[in-house]
Design a protein around this ligand. Structure first.
Ligand code: URA
Length: 233
């Protein structure tokens, strides 16, 4: 077995080398054109491509791509479903009512979006009428998400809601089954949590209610982050 083959058994970053004749400006025109790992040197060129991207039909109706907000070196990355109207207009993820609630939830355990969090979505463009993104759209956009994860290099990934979780991981189990459970995805510690929009529709705070479950999960995340940071110190 050659050295190259041995490498590819242990580290998938070697299995998709960036071609030497790679032309980044040609990438986003079609979902068939691959976006290999390591394509982007930073979030800015990635955002530029997202704004030129025509890998799926969502490009026809977007005002602008919604790439992310928060700390580009955050310990926690939150991955939501797709931009809504407010996000499409501002270019920032989670700025509507659900986003405001998410910020409050994070603040309740002293997590600061500017410092501790990078937040983005599985699709960068708004699906018309706020419908769920299709599997094809999620797959077309996935290389951007994988590049964002590589660039931010978070210790913890949180998926908000079943669409984000199942869409990206391919898991079949529903959100109510998996939420609050640590899993490994892409070699990273990950957890699915409920979507804040779901909490807005279910205001009860009683034991077992969605809000109560979220409170349990976010405390678990806070504790794990403290553990990781104290090991790193
Ligand atoms: N806003 C976002 O950016 N993503 C969601 O999943 C919901 C609201």
């Amino acid at each position: 077995m050659s050295h190259g083959e041995q490498f590819s058994l242990f580290d998938d970053s070697h299995s998709q080398p960036t071609p030497t004749d790679f032309q980044p400006d040609l990438i986003p025109t079609d979902a068939q054109v691959p976006i290999p790992r390591g394509t982007y040197s930073g979030m800015e060129p990635l955002a530029q491509h997202c704004n030129q991207c025509q890998r799926c039909e969502l490009s026809n109706s977007r005002t602008q791509a919604v790439v992310g907000r928060g700390n580009l070196e955050a310990d926690i990355m939150i991955i939501g479903e797709a931009p809504g109207q407010n996000e499409d207009e501002t270019g920032l993820p989670f700025v509507g009512k659900a986003g405001q609630l998410l910020d409050k939830i994070l603040a309740s355990v002293q997590l600061d979006v500017e410092q501790d969090i990078y937040i983005c979505n599985i699709t960068k463009c708004r699906p018309p009428g706020n419908r769920k993104p299709t599997t094809k759209e999620i797959e077309a956009c996935k290389p951007y998400l994988l590049e964002q994860i590589r660039l931010v290099n978070p210790q913890i990934i949180l998926f908000t809601g079943g669409t984000a979780f199942q869409g990206v991981t391919g898991e079949k189990r529903g959100i109510t089954k998996v939420r609050g459970e640590w899993i490994e995805w892409q070699g990273r510690l990950s957890m699915a949590i409920l979507h804040p929009a779901y909490l807005l529709r279910n205001p009860s705070r009683e034991k077992g209610s969605p809000k109560w479950l979220m409170w349990q999960d976010i405390q678990k995340v806070r504790n794990k982050l403290d553990e990781i940071r104290s090991e790193r110190a």
